[in-house]
Each structure stands twice: as structure tokens, then as C-alpha cells.
Write a new protein. Structure first.
Length: 189
């Protein structure tokens, strides 16, 4: 069974403060339909590349495809506003999805370090950011380096419908020089 974990992209949707609002304009065509889109690279459910926080970091088109898919552990961390390393238990694969159930939850830097140390390279979360407001510390740890990159998938939805283990897919655009892009994130149960 396939489960869509993506937020629909539409005009008027919430965006991260300071990001461009989404816009769609249908252009005239002769027997076809074309829509001009205006959006930020972190609109809706999206993936962050290391270049998001490190100008020298790899961009979307430079990342290995295995960062965007694979067996995933779904960790239930509901009730924690600051998700610390003590909540990240069990045998963790390269992909971890965090079910916070809250718009206010975030990862601590210690939790980000623990995930990297456990071999996790893809972290998905159902909040707008893995970080507390005003910081990018967890991003910097999770996104890694050019030699050992990671990705972060934010604004997931539907994690409540998932069991503890799934196959996860969230491919970003092959955007040359891209710091991030919207994705269609899905899980196969």
C-alpha cells in the first residue's frame, strides 16, 4: 500500500516566514495547458540539500540518489517539544522519519549528532523545520559535508498512518545548484 506524505501545494498555503508565497498562473495556450509557477525552493513538503546551510556544500543535482529513498524507521516522538537523543532508540536505518504531531517540535543538536553517529543520512519530520526558531544548528549537523552528505525532508504529513518500518521515497528536482526543492514524499507499507 502506498501512502502520500506530501502537503498539497496551493495558493494561500503557509510558507516559512520570509519565503516567497506560492503562486500559479495559467498561461494562454493553443489546445494545451501551461501554468507558470512562483515558489521558493522550500515550499510545502520539501528536501534540503547541504547547500541550504553551507554555500560550499553539495547541491541537489550533486547528491547520490540513495539519500532520497530507502527503508525507513518511523519514530514516534509525540509529546516532546525538543526531541533529544534519548527518544531516538532502536536499530536505525539510513532513513528516519520523526512523527512529532506538533508544529512546535524540533531536534536538539545532540539528537542530530546521535542520528549521524548511528549512520542516519536522511531525516524526515512533520514540522516546518528540524530546528528551533532562530537556529540552523541541527540542519548543519544533519546535512553533513561534501564527503558525507545528508538530506532533511520537512513538512511531511500523514505520518500517523505509518507503522514503525516503511519504504520511503522523496526525490527532489534535479535542480542544478539547488539548495532544496519541493518533493512528492510517499511511503510504501
Amino acid at each position: 500500500m502506498w501512502i502520500d506524505l506530501s502537503r498539497p501545494v496551493r495558493e494561500g498555503m503557509p510558507v516559512f516566514p520570509g519565503d516567497p508565497e506560492f503562486g500559479a498562473q495559467e498561461l494562454p495556450g493553443d489546445g494545451f495547458r501551461v501554468t507558470r509557477l512562483t515558489l521558493g525552493s522550500h515550499t510545502g513538503t520539501h528536501v534540503d540539500a547541504p547547500a541550504h546551510v553551507d554555500p560550499a556544500g553539495p547541491t541537489l543535482d550533486e547528491l547520490p540518489l540513495d539519500l532520497f529513498a530507502g527503508p525507513a524507521a518511523v519514530l514516534d516522538v509525540r509529546g516532546a517539544r525538543a526531541v533529544g537523543p534519548g527518544l531516538l532508540t532502536g536499530d536505525l536505518p539510513r532513513v528516519v522519519l520523526l512523527r512529532t504531531g506538533s508544529d512546535d517540535a524540533h531536534l536538539t543538536v545532540e539528537a542530530a549528532r546521535a542520528l549521524r553517529a548511528a549512520g542516519v543520512r536522511t531525516v524526515g519530520i512533520d514540522t516546518a523545520s528540524v530546528d528551533a526558531p532562530g537556529t540552523l544548528a541541527a540542519h548543519r549537523v544533519l546535512l553533513g559535508s561534501r564527503e558525507d552528505p545528508g538530506v532533511v525532508v520537512e513538512n511531511l504529513t500523514g505520518l500517523d498512518a505509518l507503522p514503525g518500518r516503511v519504504e520511503f521515497f522523496a526525490f527532489g528536482w534535479a535542480l542544478a545548484g539547488g539548495d532544496g526543492s519541493p518533493v512528492r514524499a510517499v511511503a510504501r507499507v
